[in-house]
Design a protein around this ligand. Structure first.
Ligand code: ATP
Length: 464
């Protein structure tokens, strides 16, 4: 089972401390969200898992952390200044503003039960292009409208990678093929943000640019498409809730040869199966566009396309004595969209012996914010409390552990189930005598007595 809709996850997140609306005490700020104590752990675990899988477990990928604010020329030559825009229409009837290509996903403010464009009253203006980059100014003396001080918050992490291609290549002594991975915040002034953390104006991306010989690009592209589907499943996402979408030639970005999106079933409640899906990540073959456009040398039709760059980002192949611009395969995923998919897929309901419905978040232990909660059965017995606190302390270096005595044992178990903690360890009167504790499994609710001397090993083994 998975969550019946995003709303279920919104309320669980608020109730338990995963995600809160941002600026809530001042009335909120459209589509901004703050990650609470559990949300930040889950997001960190997702990012670490991605980093481990790509940067540590493979031998051909380097890490990078580039600036959010770069020289404006980066965005000129990447094409973002001229082409990173969405078509926008205003409706004269309802006064709403919509993204033309997302009318189907936008509610009409006047007729709340229908999509924009579907009510008889809709009266749209001609589409206008709206650039999605957030502008800012750099420097203490800059005036708001000082063109020389104009800068952007990056709308993607990818460009920071391309402009560092030569730095990484030279310092890491890499040969093709190899990749550069980066995780960080990106900003887009989205026309119609929404659906909780699915589309926000500030979000986090996990992007990797894999540089290769042009003739190898189609094969490597396919390998990453297959690899990412497997990786999502290794994080516990059911294959039934994942599918591929091949972008049509009309949808492809101007630089891309082929792009395949991995979709997740974010809207299982929608009757029309086609509308249940939306993009979790995109995997693009960006050709040699990026390295070429940021290089000082290339000419197109006899004209230097970049008179500003000081670097030639072509690659010299020692073996063949050839110089060329590598192709780039880009798997780009959103941390927040993956976090939402992980939460939706882990959401399960179970009925207990009293016929009450309980929520269990069946997160993979690797992603669970807390791996083990240590609970005292009786709060009025100082020896039990100090034994439980000591067990928490002893486990902590090996796994994220918490101590909790804020309720009766039934309530404490329910809370840990709902936030996805794989194991609870309960200390009772008998523990003081026999040095054994009860280990309770989140998914089966089965309990087992384990000697505290073996507890760490036992849990480590079961956490995998
Ligand atoms: P969409 O079509 O949904 O706007 P996109 O195709 O523009 O997304 P990319 O530029 O390919 O997105 O970005 C890569 C990934 O970054 C997306 O697959 C998504 O996971 C994430 N992402 C992009 N925009 C947002 C956003 N506004 N909020 C949250 N995540 C986002």
């Amino acid at each position: 089972m998975s969550a019946p809709n995003i709303e279920t996850i919104v309320s669980l997140s608020k109730r338990r401390g995963f995600i809160f609306p941002a600026s809530e005490i001042y009335g909120g700020l459209g589509s901004s969200w703050d990650y609470g104590s559990l949300g930040v752990e889950l997001a960190n675990n997702i990012k670490q898992s991605w980093w481990r899988w790509l940067v540590y477990e493979r031998d051909d990928i380097e890490g990078l952390d580039s600036s959010i604010i770069q020289n404006r020329l980066v965005w000129k030559y990447s094409g973002h200044e001229t082409t990173f825009s969405d078509p926008l229409v205003d409706c004269r009837a309802c006064k709403g503003r919509f993204r033309l290509d997302k009318l189907q996903d936008s509610q009409c403010p006047k007729h709340s039960s229908v999509h924009a464009g579907e009510s008889g009253d809709c009266d749209f203006t001609e589409p206008k292009q709206f650039n999605l980059m957030f502008k800012t100014t750099v420097g203490a003396v800059s005036a708001e409208d000082d063109e020389n001080a104009l800068a952007y918050l990056r709308p993607e992490t990818a460009q920071g990678i391309f402009i560092n291609f030569a730095n990484v290549l030279n310092t890491s002594r890499r040969k093709l093929p190899f990749g550069i991975a980066q995780i960080g915040k990106s900003f887009r002034n989205e026309v119609t943000p929404g659906n909780f953390i699915f589309r926000t104006r500030e979000f986090e991306q996990m992007e990797m640019e894999y540089f290769c010989r042009p003739e190898d690009a189609p094969r490597i592209h396919q390998e990453f498409i297959d690899g990412f589907q497997e990786w999502f499943q290794s994080l516990g996402i059911s294959s039934e809730n994942l599918k591929l979408y091949e972008q049509t030639p009309a949808e492809l970005a101007h630089y891309a040869e082929r792009t395949v999106d991995i979709l997740y079933r974010y809207f299982p409640e929608r009757e029309d199966e086609d509308k249940q899906w939306d993009e979790l990540m995109g995997i693009a073959n960006r050709t040699d566009f990026d390295l070429k456009t940021h290089s000082k040398k290339p000419e197109v039709d006899g004209k230097r396309i970049n008179p500003d760059s000081t670097e030639d980002l072509s690659y010299f192949d020692e073996a063949t004595k050839e110089r060329f611009y590598p192709y780039v395969i880009e798997p780009a995923a959103g941390v927040n969209r993956l976090l939402l998919a992980v939460l939706m897929d882990a959401y399960t309901e179970k009925t207990n012996a009293k016929n009450e419905t309980r929520v269990i978040l069946k997160l993979k232990p690797e992603l669970a914010p807390i791996k083990v909660a240590v609970l005292p059965l009786a709060k009025n017995k100082p020896e039990i409390i100090s034994m439980a606190k000591q067990i928490k302390k002893d486990l902590q270096p090996a796994m994220r552990a918490v101590y909790d005595d804020t309720g009766g044992i039934g309530k404490l178990y329910a809370r840990q189930d709902e936030i996805g903690t794989p194991f609870c360890v309960t200390v009772d009167h008998e523990s003081l005598e026999d040095n054994h504790v009860t280990v309770r499994d989140r998914d089966t609710w089965e309990q087992e007595r384990v000697n505290t001397n073996e507890l760490k090993n036992y849990l480590q083994k079961r956490l995998g």
